[in-house]
Design a protein around this ligand. Sequence first.
Ligand code: HPA
Length: 261
Amino acid sequence: MKIGLIGGSGLYEIEGLEITKEVSISTPYGDPSSVYKIGTICDKEIVFLPRHGIPHSIPPHKINYRANIWGFKSLGVDRILSVSAVGGINKDMPPGSIVLLDQIIDMTIGARISTFHDEDKVVHIDFTNPYCPEMRDLIIKASHNIGVPINKAGTYICTNGPRLETAKEIKFFSMIGADVVGMTAMPEASLARELEICISGISVVTNYAAGISERKLTTTEVVETMKNSIDRIKSLIKEVISQTPDSRSCPCKDALKDAEL
Ligand code: HPA
């Protein structure tokens, strides 16, 4: 059992991760965002990848999501914890909130390569629940154990970026049920499912989305709020890792059963 960790804006390393190896991988889809750092936390094997590279130089629409996920699979990872920064649409999720994602609305369709099966075969994975239910339960329990409050569910709307949204786009996103907005959850989550890897999404609300706050949105605000939340995120991640069982009992591991035509 190996757990993958994808770090987003503000999460470029994990203290307590005793790194034993750094692996550079080339995949049939090109190069991942960075080298994979392999090590242990609480005696569990961890593989860490910063999705924007180090230094932070790859914008969301240029990330090679297929290479990143393929790299994890080739290293034997079967579960991924994916951390991201998001804008808050739901006023119950103000800046500083941690949101455990349960649903996704994908606004990047057509703009990003979203499948491993472009040419070889026709595969339709079930994506009713994009995030692993077993990992979600583990994260909720971990948050109780260490007293770090989280929002237990939230719908992430994924835009292509790199520009931020207009006020009316956010109003529309709110009307169709989005709680938070970001630019990286897709196709990351569906690609993981295509390789039968469990994935969970933990987002930090770094700012109110466009038009909710009267202020101009700045990357400084995003970075500052992330900095202030990072200790809670790291404690949560460590607790989740320490509580993760070796074997999986969720549907993700059988995602390809009955998915191929
Ligand atoms: N919009 C899109 N992506 C984001 C935002 C936002 O307001 N904040 C952090 N990532």
